[in-house]
Design a protein around this ligand. Structure first.
Ligand code: M6R
Length: 616
């Protein structure tokens, strides 16, 4: 989604701003721009629709230089993705703003500002901010005071960076609903919507909190909180992520991230397994007491994270004996929900900034006793400094490291690991999971990274299989039990990055409709671990073959499904059935990756998608 970079320094900062934008490209965007104050005190702007590379090309010709500036990658929400709507937005020729988020009262503000004589040249909600700020600046004379006054009139979500030619000593920032981080240098300071953008210039950061306004100068940072009181925010040293911004030997971040899974699953398990039990305190000091009271679990998430929640429902009900509901956040947040007593509210998110998931959490927390409160909230999240984590009672951090590819891979498998740990912890504390089964699953979890490595060794086999899909337009994915959400995740991956229409069904539903679609042009991908549903699944596969459908089956090596005409088997290492959803996800990720490569799509930044969906 949109990205912000800003800098105030003694040296020329244009290259720093552009490099910062490149590091944010993974978030998804459709235009980019930069504004720099030159040494004679004039503010210059360059904007391009399309990629940062085009902005860089323009910069090679224009050669903007300066010591104060802001830059932005825009993901269109209000107004088409074009140069006119790209940020920075100006009021006059001396005041510039970049903005992440959405201003909900932009129409009313636009009307007021037009009545005051302001002329609008874009269709964006952001332009009201810069004119409102100009209006306040004319009233108060000081940029910081003007920003504090303007912020009071803005409703909605924003992360803002502001510069003015009239007050060239400062870069201003405001946060409400969109993350911002200050990068601390020696005699120079920076701003970004994600610290990854600034890893080239510093490893010391200060995270703004909700409602904060910051005045960032070369040699000082001053922050005011939501009540307008001066506050000190802690500065932290950040070590993670340096290697994540680099593809290393891999052609794409997605492939690198797929291959990182044994390592990051190992990391997610570290410090959380006792000899025969999950360490319940991994969920926080108060977890054991809280978990003992849980009688029901409500999971809310989006996209891939939602699929992880769907797998968890099978685990929670079967292993811990706890009723569980799972719902996509965009629906849940607007529904009148009946809360069962003693329900644990669980959100799952890679980024921890997904607007719908955050809103669902906030709604859940705002419930009154009369409506039925949730017992507590738990976030399973990959970003420790995210809003979701900060606003939840309990947290389990997945240790996937920064995920750059828009298509989520290692975040999903580490979420599954986190959810299985939650299942075991709840079963253990409530006494609903037999200690012997918990011990068996702990051993299996310890072996999981090795199993995942074995699955990845099938890389070239899967690459070969991908040729079946290169010319296809539609596919079906089938699974039964906990493998049904795995099939859903496989279908999501394929459509996201190869643009092939893919749908997932529980295999038993085939004859209730989708079988009508099956013919020689519709490959059917199936995940078939060796479990009690295998025989039923085999019958479903016969139904496909009888209609001339081509089958690609990822099957346990002891499943007894043979290669044959129109049936292609990829033999999988044997694994405990409970852990099978984690293992069987990997070949599906590889399959979609290789199909996308064959079709020549932009694998890491698929069209129309953003890494972190921070608007509704
Ligand atoms: O950051 P989150 O896990 O909350 O993101 C949720 C979805 O936007 C995300 O999983 C999306 O579906 C991915 N593109 C899937 O690959």
């Amino acid at each position: 989604m949109c990205g912000i970079v800003g800098a105030v320094a003694e040296r020329n900062i244009t290259a720093i701003l552009l490099e910062g934008l490149k590091r944010l490209e993974y978030r998804g965007y459709d235009s980019a721009g930069v504004a720099v104050l030159d040494n004679s005190g004039e503010l210059h702007r360059l904007r391009r629709s399309g990629k940062v590379a085009e902005l860089e090309q323009a910069q090679q010709q224009e050669q903007l230089t300066g010591r104060l500036g802001i830059a932005h990658t825009r993901w269109a929400t209000h107004g088409a993705p074009c140069e006119r709507n790209a940020h920075p937005h100006f009021s006059g020729d001396d005041l510039a703003v970049v903005h992440n988020g959405i201003i909900e009262n932009h129409e009313a503000l636009r009307k007021q500002l037009k009545a005051l004589g302001y002329v609008f040249v874009s269709d964006t909600d952001t332009e009201v901010i810069v004119h409102l700020l100009r209006h306040k600046l004319d009233e108060f004379g000081d940029l910081t005071v003007a920003l504090k006054a303007a912020a009071k009139e803005l409703h909605g979500a924003y992360g803002l960076a502001v510069v003015s030619a009239k007050q060239p000593d400062r870069l201003l920032a405001a946060r409400s609903g969109s993350p911002l981080v200050i990068g601390l240098g020696m005699g120079e300071n920076f701003l970004a919507s994600d610290q990854l953008a600034l890893r080239q210039v510093t490893d010391r950061f200060m995270y703004l909190e909700e409602g904060d306004i910051a005045e960032i100068r070369r040699d000082s940072v001053q922050i005011w909180d939501a009540n307008g009181q001066p506050v000190a925010r802690e500065s932290v040293q950040y070590h993670e992520g340096a290697e994540a911004a680099d593809k290393g030997e891999y052609r794409h971040f997605m492939l690198k991230e797929i291959h990182e899974q044994p390592k990051v699953v190992q990391r997610t398990l570290e410090g959380r397994l006792g000899d025969h039990q999950v360490l319940v305190q991994a969920f926080g000091p108060e977890a054991a007491e809280l978990f003992a009271k849980v009688r029901n679990v409500q999971i809310v998430a989006c996209g891939t994270s939602y699929h992880a929640g769907m797998v968890a429902r099978y685990w929670l009900e079967e292993l811990a004996g706890i009723p569980c509901q799972v719902e996509v956040a965009s629906e849940f947040r607007y529904r009148k929900v009946v809360v069962q007593p003693d329900t644990l509210f669980v959100t799952i998110s890679q980024s921890g900034e997904t607007a719908d998931s955050l809103a669902a959490l906030r709604n859940a927390k705002a419930r009154t006793d009369k409506e039925g409160r949730y017992l507590a909230s738990l976030a399973i999240c990959n970003v420790g400094i995210s809003s979701l984590v900060r606003e939840s009672d309990l947290t389990l951090l997945t240790q996937a490291g920064p995920e750059i590819g828009v298509a989520s891979t290692k975040a999903f498998t580490t979420q599954l690991v986190g959810l299985l740990l939650l299942t075991l912890a709840l079963g253990q504390v409530r006494g609903t999971l037999a200690p012997a089964l918990e011990a068996e699953l702990i051993d299996e979890l310890r072996r999981l990274p090795t199993r995942l490595g074995e699955a990845l060794a099938m890389d070239t086999t899967v690459e070969k299989i991908s040729e079946h899909f290169a010319e296809k337009h539609h596919t079906l994915f089938l699974g039964r039990g906990a493998q049904y959400p795995v099939a859903m995740e496989g279908a999501l991956k394929l459509k996201e990055i190869s643009y092939i229409h893919a749908e997932a069904y529980p295999a038993g539903e085939l004859k209730h409709g989708p079988l009508a679609l099956v013919d020689a042009d519709m490959p059917v991908v199936t995940v078939a671990p060796n479990n009690e549903l295998l025989e039923k699944l085999k019958s479903n596969l016969q139904e496909v073959r009888a209609r001339g459908g081509e089958l690609i089956v990822f099957a346990d090596r002891e499943a007894g499904i043979e290669n044959g005409e129109g049936t292609f088997i990829v033999s999988m290492p044997h694994i405990h059935d409970v852990l099978a959803p984690i293992l069987y996800t990997l070949p599906l990720q590889l399959l979609s990756y290789y199909v996308a490569v064959l079709r020549g799509t932009d694998v890491d930044q698929p069209r129309n998608l953003a890494k972190s969906v921070t608007v509704e």
